[in-house]
Design a protein around this ligand. Sequence first.
Ligand SMILES: NC(=O)c1ccc[n+]([C@@H]2O[C@H](COP(=O)([O-])OP(=O)(O)OC[C@H]3O[C@@H](n4cnc5c(N)ncnc54)[C@H](OP(=O)(O)O)[C@@H]3O)[C@@H](O)[C@H]2O)c1
Length: 274
Amino acid sequence: MIPPLTPTFTLNNGISMPRVGLGTYMLSGTLGKLTMKQAIKLGYRLFDTATLYGNEQELGQCLAESGLSRQEFFITTKVWNSDQGYASTLRAFEISLKQLNLEYVDLYLIHWPVPGKRKDTWRALEKLYSDEKCRAIGVSNYYIPHIEELLSYAFIPPMVNQVEFSPFLFLPELLTYCKNHDILLQCYSPLTHGNRIYDSGIQSVAQSYQKTEAQVLLKWSLQHNTSVIPKASSKKHLEENITLFDFELSSSDMLRLDQLHENLHTDWDPSTVL
Ligand SMILES: NC(=O)c1ccc[n+]([C@@H]2O[C@H](COP(=O)([O-])OP(=O)(O)OC[C@H]3O[C@@H](n4cnc5c(N)ncnc54)[C@H](OP(=O)(O)O)[C@@H]3O)[C@@H](O)[C@H]2O)c1
């Protein structure tokens, strides 16, 4: 089977990133490895991990055993809260690299806007970027006030902001703000962490396109010009989640889906962080 390689975005520093990738939270151990290997076979090239997920080693093994060259992959990892600060971020990054068995990562993110640590952590990311240890740097769970603060001291602006985003958590102001600052918004938990996939509002749209509910949720995010990183563990789900470029949601259906917004945070809410 020829892998359905996904289209890419060009980030603000000129590098390209697949629009669809595999989120790997909860994919660890033997099952995690089997899933990641299956994903590689199906054509996934972007993998999103984090120190917190405890699976960087398994991901590194899958990449090494894939027989593909390093340049074919786009690997994201993140510095966790307890490692934030300048020197500790640099140390955490080296540990991640070792776990992944890589010489560089494609994207390194600040996992969460920890008060009092954000500036020093960003300085460390700028150093790693300047030293060419990561091809892009960015943030996660940053809302507008956090990005405004970051832009007030950044020498290198972020390339990506990874946040929870779905029709049930539609953030048009953040989306526009990121777009205006040339920061790509990447959606985590685009399938609502499994909580609302089969909502009736999604089901009716899915039926009219003869697509699955998951495909409609992902397509809605993509049509808002974002990147998506759904997590899946079965072959069927993996396949569905990467087969998204043979249909288009109409503008009226996009609007219908936008209106499902109910501020649903399936994990944590960054607006509570000053
Ligand atoms: N930066 C952050 O703070 C942050 C926070 C949360 C998540 N993330 C990242 O975002 C990724 C995705 O988010 P998530 O893991 O929370 O949840 P998600 O991708 O929104 O949803 C995953 C759930 O959807 C199910 N699913 C996947 N494909 C499906 C399909 N085609 N049809 C029906 N069900 C399907 C999965 O089931 P199966 O496993 O059974 O296939 C799983 O239960 C994470 O893995 C992680 O990489 C980042």
